[in-house]
Design a protein around this ligand. Structure first.
Ligand SMILES: Nc1ncnc2c1ncn2[C@@H]1O[C@H](COP(=O)(O)OP(=O)(O)OP(=O)(O)O)[C@@H](O)[C@H]1O
Length: 336
């Protein structure tokens, strides 16, 4: 990454028939940076991508590779729109070749298909309409890569793609960023954003309400780590924990102990043991980007689990908890 600004918005504003989609958004994205834009449905993410790529007019300053967004050199820009409906009866290979033909120079079609995991003839020579949902999305991603862009906009790139395919695409995006490509992506998957983004912006109601590295956002907005202790008669543990100096909320068969550092876990367990209070499980949860999202939007991610959590059974067994997949099931129907 270097200091050159590749994507810039200053006080970007857009309304549709009086409804505000962007309400004064300002941001800079540097060369080789991966910027992840998150926010609820209707927050303005797609509108911002469109404004930054010059595919929709917006007020304010919108610049791409040093030019006004609408005047930027298209051969240096890759765009995967959220909604993209290529001709149904082009094969994946023909589709990529078609998009490659729109540029003076383009990458070999087979290389691009290999990048997105569609190299096998059985996939590459299948009509778009007969590809699976995830294969369709991969083919669409390929069309954004065919011109070897310097800046890549990906609006929900991995929707519908299976876990192995998503990881492969993440590795590809990492490699592209390492080679200096600037990546601007929107996503509903916290896992994806945490995995990929150098910086994250959270859009809410057309306003960018937080920007920073994932770690900065978690530190500033994620809230404290907490310990959840559960068991059928766990309420009895509330007083001993409070007496030991912990803040405790009592729920149904569980106690939520706020602001517990790893070093204090032993004290909490000892307070329960000294009072003779048994429990079925102890779960210590560090705040994550998902907590940031929840706190700043008041919404919950689809499929949200408790990432960052580790559960310790009453007998001391330790088990990891799988993170939830927040990918939505949006489809790509409309025109590019
Ligand atoms: N072409 C349009 N005409 C009218 N209203 C629009 C248009 N495009 C977007 N909007 C409105 O602007 C707001 C922002 O929409 P946008 O698609 O940018 O949100 P988003 O954050 O990308 O949502 P999602 O997560 O659902 O993709 C919404 O209220 C939407 O209805």
């Amino acid at each position: 990454m270097n200091d050159a600004t590749v994507v810039r918005a200053v006080d970007a504003r857009k309304s549709y028939d009086g409804a505000v989609a962007l309400d004064g958004v300002s941001l800079d994205v540097r060369e080789g940076e991966v910027f992840g834009l998150i926010g609820p449905n209707g927050a303005g993410k797609t509108t911002l991508v469109r404004a930054l790529t010059g595919t929709v007019d917006a007020e304010g300053t919108l610049e791409l590779i040093g030019e006004p967004a609408g005047d930027s050199d298209r051969s240096r820009v890759g765009l995967l729109p959220q909604e993209f409906g290529p001709p149904a009866r082009l094969t994946a290979r023909e589709l990529v070749a078609y998009y490659g033909g729109l540029y003076d120079e383009s990458r070999p079609v087979d290389d691009v298909l290999a990048d997105v995991g569609l190299a096998a003839d059985a996939d590459a020579d299948t009509w778009y309409e007969n590809l699976s949902g995830g294969q369709k999305r991969r083919a669409c991603v390929a069309t954004a890569l065919v011109n070897d862009p310097d800046v890549l906009f990906l609006d929900e790139p991995t929707t519908g793609i299976d876990p192995a395919g998503r990881r492969a695409l993440w590795d590809l995006l990492d490699a592209l960023a390492d080679s200096g490509v600037t990546v601007f992506l929107t996503s509903h998957s916290m896992e994806e954003v945490e995995r990929l983004a150098d910086r994250v912006g959270l859009l809410r109601g057309g306003e960018l309400v937080a920007v920073g590295t994932p770690a900065e956002l978690v530190a500033d907005h994620g809230g404290p780590a907490r310990l959840v202790v559960s068991g059928p008669e766990i309420e009895a543990g509330a007083e001993p924990l409070r007496a030991a100096g912990f803040g405790v909320e009592v729920g149904a068969d569980e106690l939520v102990v706020g602001d517990v550092s790893p070093a204090e876990l032993g004290d909490a367990v000892a307070a329960l043991a000294d009072a003779g209070v048994g429990y079925e499980s102890l779960t210590w949860t560090e705040p994550t980007l998902e907590d940031v999202y929840l706190r700043l939007t008041g919404e919950e991610f689809e499929g949200a689990a408790t990432p960052g959590a580790s559960a310790v059974g009453g007998d001391g067994d330790r088990t990891g908890i799988e993170r939830g997949d927040a990918t939505t099931a949006a489809t790509a129907e409309a025109e590019r």
